[in-house]
Design a binder for this molecule. Structure first.
Ligand code: AP5
Ligand code: MG
Length: 190
């Protein structure tokens, strides 16, 4: 299996790039943010719980997220590969992902880390907030999401660096230009 973790701060382009990568590399897209928003729209118990964290820009607790991924991996069954978008977001989640994938006799192939300066992230997300309807696309929550990223999520890079799987890519420029750089990095590990 080809298993890609697409990583980076809020607004770095994880979702945008995933859309093209799933076609190019025949991957199944797993976005924990999208899954949680679907739970919220569906008025489920999980959605109700998650909304409290998402609206504050805080992380949803690890056990909830890991359980959700575990179920989803079982549901999708045998696929050529997966792109994880917005997961893992803590070192605890990264360790769990390794264990879960081991049960399928596979592992993460590469972590693509999109690097975008903070000012650009804020601009992108404020702009998206004009039309996205996302409850967390407002200045206060955007700032909170970025600081949560720096404190709790950025250390996940070290986890994959130690495994020799970290590929950092400049996430500023045209969407196609960035896609070409990511594709090169993925092709090299395929
Ligand atoms: P999640 O949905 O994952 O949001 P996020 O990480 O904050 O990131 P975004 O989806 O906002 O940005 P993105 O990197 O996908 O960028 P995009 O492509 O959209 O998580 C939301 C919340 O759910 C979390 O805060 C947390 O509460 C919870 N959660 C989710 N996963 C969790 C987990 N594993 N553990 C715990 N809690 C979890 O692009 C952004 C904008 O920029 C778009 O408008 C796009 O058009 C534009 N854009 C993209 N590329 C470019 C470019 N090259 N140039 C100019 N503009 C661009
Ligand atoms: Mg996204």
């Amino acid at each position: 299996m080809l298993n890609v973790v697409i990583f980076g701060p809020p607004g770095s382009g994880k979702g945008t790039q995933s859309e093209n990568l799933i076609k190019e590399f025949n991957l199944t897209h797993i976005s924990t943010g999208d899954l949680l928003r679907k739970e919220i729209t569906g008025n489920t118990e999980l959605g109700f719980l998650a909304k409290k964290y998402i609206d504050k820009g805080a992380l949803v607790p690890d056990d909830i997220i890991i359980g959700m991924i575990d179920n989803y991996l079982e549901k999708i069954g045998n696929v050529p590969g997966v792109i994880f978008d917005g997961f893992p977001r803590t070192v605890e989640q990264a360790k769990s992902l390794k264990e879960m994938l081991a049960t399928y006799k596979t592992d993460v192939s590469i972590m693509v880390n999109l690097e975008v300066p903070k000012e650009e992230l804020v601009q992108r997300l404020l702009k998206r907030g004009e039309t996205s309807g996302r409850s967390d696309d407002n200045l206060e929550t955007i700032e909170k999401r970025i600081s949560v990223y720096e404190e709790q999520t950025a250390p996940v890079k070290d986890f994959y660096a130690k495994e020799g799987k970290l590929a950092s890519i400049k996430g500023v420029g045209t969407i196609n230009g960035i896609f070409a750089e990511i594709s090169k990095a993925i092709t090299a590990v395929k």
